[in-house]
Each structure stands twice: as structure tokens, then as C-alpha cells.
Write a protein that binds this ligand. Structure first.
Ligand code: ADP
Length: 399
């Protein structure tokens, strides 16, 4: 069966068409600047050239119509008709406490997702628009929702509660939810598979280091802790997000700089992280690595602080699980930045971690990057959230 995977943002829409038997990506692409002037659709069929064309997309329905047109185009398309697409899998960012699993989307599910909107006001409304647009154009095709938060719903209370008045949880469900769950689940399972060890017997720490970044602790196949919280701002230092700070800094900066709460939140979300730490050098680790190699003080500060924070979080999860068997690096930085892995692993001598630098330089494949003598195994596992969504969609759409 062929599964269309949709990841819909407020002004962009990423898609992949995946053959569920071979698990190959038949075509993928992105619609950008939906609802804004200068719209653009990029389409790349398997084995063919990448096309990037201007496209007027006043709304998401039009964007999805163009995606379906590209997939069925007689020359560059990869299916003859839409009937070949057996199901659609949608990434949904926040499932609150309602969704501990992926679900087949019906009207009740749509209403429940909408109730989670206030927990992810930037993401969930866009996800819903994508689902509704797809339903309009493919009314008879089953749709499945796969939630970023679902994998973390197994966390125990002591891991997900904040030290705040309990009534905020009771009234507003203020608690840690965690994100990137599809990736944490995929990578932890894949690591067990590659090592040929039972998933249910392993203690795994996954470091998902991309623009957004989070670490999770997976014990015996269940997530027991993760570093992102009510929102994706908590935890690690990220590209432009601060991660954990003393909450009193918000009031301090508001007074000093004459900012209101929205402006302070913009600083924490968009002007902090390695971008802020490097004194605005860059939020991109390719730039930071290059400057680090040239002994640039701003890059060194950003890189060292970033890696120290990752290592501290790994240490916390070793404590949470009373040990660790495997540590995995994944996502843009985790997969591509050997320097970050070297600096983080430099703090893990107490776990007997011994890096194999040749393996650490390899790219794009599932790789053990520690030596045969290393007491703890460290791996690079390229994440594949789209494939994980396609698998869930096939499982639930029952085709
Ligand atoms: P997201 O999906 O959260 O947008 P990604 O997982 O794609 O992010 O990660 C993007 C980040 O990965 C970039 O900002 C960049 O810092 C980093 N990155 C990508 N390629 C490389 C590379 N070759 N070397 C170092 N860092 C890289």
C-alpha cells in the first residue's frame, strides 16, 4: 500500500509518499509560504530530479491539491491515480493526555485535537487545517493522526509533574508532555534492532538534536522521562531556544529591558539558544563547527555550553533508569556533527564510554561509534519520522 505522510505547519507543508511494503520513499517535497505571497512547491520523485516551482497557494487545501497533482502528474508523478494512495498519516504535535497512541481520525478525534490547541497554539491549529484540507480532497481515504507527545505518555507522575500548585494541573493540565516522540520511539526501537537485543530489556537514552532538541529515557520499551515539557521550550539549549533557565530571569529581563511577557517569550524562543550564546554568530551547527575550528570565542562558548547541557541531561537519565545500555544520537546535529558527539561523550567517562573516532566520522547510516571495549554503547541512528508515521498509519488503517 502507498501511504501519504503529511506534516503541516502554519505556512508550510512537508509530504512524503511511502510504499509500505518496501518502505521506500516514492516522492517527497514541501510547499512553502502558504497563504503568503511568493509561494513555492518543491517536488522530488524517487530517482528523478528535484523540481522547485512558484505556486500560488492561498490556503492549505490548494497546497494539498497541488501535492496530489504532482504525485499523479503523467510525466513526473509516481502514481496513476489517487486510488493508489491507501491512507494518509498526519503528524499532530500535541495530543495532551487524550492520546497515548496514534488514532484513526474521525469527528470525535478532530474535536479532541482541537481541545489541545491551547497547549500548542502554533502547531495544532495548522495540523488540523492540514487534516481538514486532506479530508476535503480525499473524502474516502482513511486518515491516521500520529502525535509527537504520545510516546511520552508512559512517564510516571514524578517525571511529568512540575513543582507548582497542583490546581494548575487539575484545572489546566499543566505538566510535562515532551515532544519528538515519534523520533524517540523510532530511534530507540531501531537501536535495539541493529544491536540484535530485545527492546523490552534495554535502557536507552535518545538525544534528538535538531533545530529543536530533546533527550528521552526509554526503559524496557517505555519512555520514563524526557527533557521537553508543557511546550518545546524546556530542557536543552537549542538553535534559538533557551531551554531551562531560572524562571526569575524573565521578570529580571522584563524590568531591565522594558519588555512585556510576549516580548520576553520571543527572546526565549527566537533569540536565545546557541544563536544568543554565540553573540548572534549563528544558530546553525555547520557555521558553529567551522568557527570553533578557527578558535572563535563565541563559537567555543556556544558549543561547549550546548554539549555540557546535553551531557548533564544524559547523566540525569542514567540516574532515572539506574543505568544505561545504549546512548543514541539522532536528527540534524546528532547525525551530522562528530564534534558535538565527541564533546558530549567526553563527559561520559564514568559510563566507560570509549569513542571510535573513525566510526564517529561516518555519516547517514546506523552506526555504533564506540569501541568494542566500551562499557556503554553509543550509536548514531538516523531518524525517520515519516517512515514511523507511515508504519503507524498502515497498522491502524488496517490495509
Ligand atoms: P528540525 O527537523 O528540528 O528543523 P533538523 O533535525 O533538520 O531540524 O536539524 C537541523 C540542524 O542540523 C541545522 O540547524 C544544523 O544546525 C544541523 N546540521 C545539519 N547538517 C549538519 C552538518 N553537516 N553538520 C553540522 N550540523 C548540521
Amino acid at each position: 500500500m502507498k501511504v501519504l505522510v503529511i506534516n503541516c505547519g502554519s505556512s508550510s507543508l512537508k509530504f512524503q509518499l511511502i510504499d509500505s511494503e518496501s518502505e521506500e520513499c516514492l516522492a517527497k517535497g514541501i510547499c512553502e509560504r502558504i497563504g503568503i505571497d511568493g509561494g513555492m512547491i518543491t517536488y522530488a520523485p524517487q530517482g528523478g530530479g528535484k523540481e522547485k516551482n512558484p505556486a500560488d497557494m492561498p490556503d492549505h487545501t490548494e497546497a494539498i491539491r497541488l501535492v496530489l497533482e504532482a504525485l499523479t502528474n503523467p510525466e513526473t508523478g509516481v502514481v496513476k491515480s489517487l486510488d493508489e494512495i491507501g491512507a494518509v498519516g498526519h503528524r499532530v504535535v500535541h495530543g495532551g493526555e487524550k492520546f497515548a497512541e496514534s488514532v484513526v481520525i474521525d469527528d470525535n478525534v478532530l474535536a479532541a485535537v482541537e481541545e489541545c490547541n491551547e497547549l500548542a497554539p502554533l502547531h495544532n491549529p495548522a495540523n488540523l487545517i492540514g487534516i481538514n484540507a486532506c479530508k476535503k480532497l480525499m473524502p474516502h481515504t482513511p486518515m491516521v493522526g500520529v502525535f509527537d507527545t504520545a510516546f511520552h505518555q508512559t512517564m510516571p507522575e514524578e517525571a511529568y509533574m512540575y513543582g507548582l500548585p497542583y490546581e494548575y494541573y487539575r484545572k489546566y493540565k499543566v505538566r510535562r508532555y515532551g515532544f519528538h516522540g515519534t523520533s524517540h520511539s523510532y530511534v530507540s526501537k531501531r537501536a535495539a534492532e541493529v544491536l540484535g537485543r530485545p527492546y523490552e530489556e534495554l535502557k536507552t537514552i535518545v538525544c534528538h538534536l535538531g533545530n529543536g532538541a530533546s533527550v528521552s529515557a526509554v526503559k524496557n520499551g517505555r519512555c520514563v522521562d524526557t527533557s521537553m515539557g508543557l511546550t518545546p521550550l524546556e530542557g536543552l539549549i537549542m538553535g534559538t531556544r533557551s531551554g531551562d533557565i531560572d524562571p526569575a530571569i524573565m521578570e529580571f529581563i522584563a524590568h531591565k529591558e522594558g519588555k512585556n511577557i510576549d516580548q520576553v517569550m520571543t527572546v526565549l524562543n527566537k533569540e536565545s539558544g546557541v544563536l544568543g550564546l554565540s553573540d548572534r554568530l549563528s544558530s546553525d551547527f555547520r557555521d558553529l563547527e567551522e568557527s570553533y575550528d578557527k578558535n572563535d570565542a563565541n563559537a567555543i562558548r556556544a558549543m561547549k555550553t550546548y554539549c555540557y547541557r546535553v551531557a548533564k541531561c544524559v547523566g540525569a537519565y542514567v540516574a532515572a533508569m539506574n543505568g544505561v545500555d545504549v546512548i543514541c544520537f539522532t536528527a540534524g546535529i546528532g547525525e551530522n556533527a562528530p564534534l558535538v558527539r565527541t564533546l558530549v561523550c567526553g563527559y561520559l567517562g564514568y559510563l566507560g564510554v570509549e569513542l571510535d573516532q573513525d566510526a564517529n566520522r561516518r555519516r547517514g547510516e546506523d552506526t555504533v561509534i564506540t569501541t568494542a571495549d566500551s562499557r556503554t554503547t553509543v550509536m548514531v541512528i538516523p531518524t525517520n519520522e515519516e517512515l514511523a508515521i507511515a508504519r503507524e498509519t498502515v497498522r491502524l488503517a488496517g490495509c
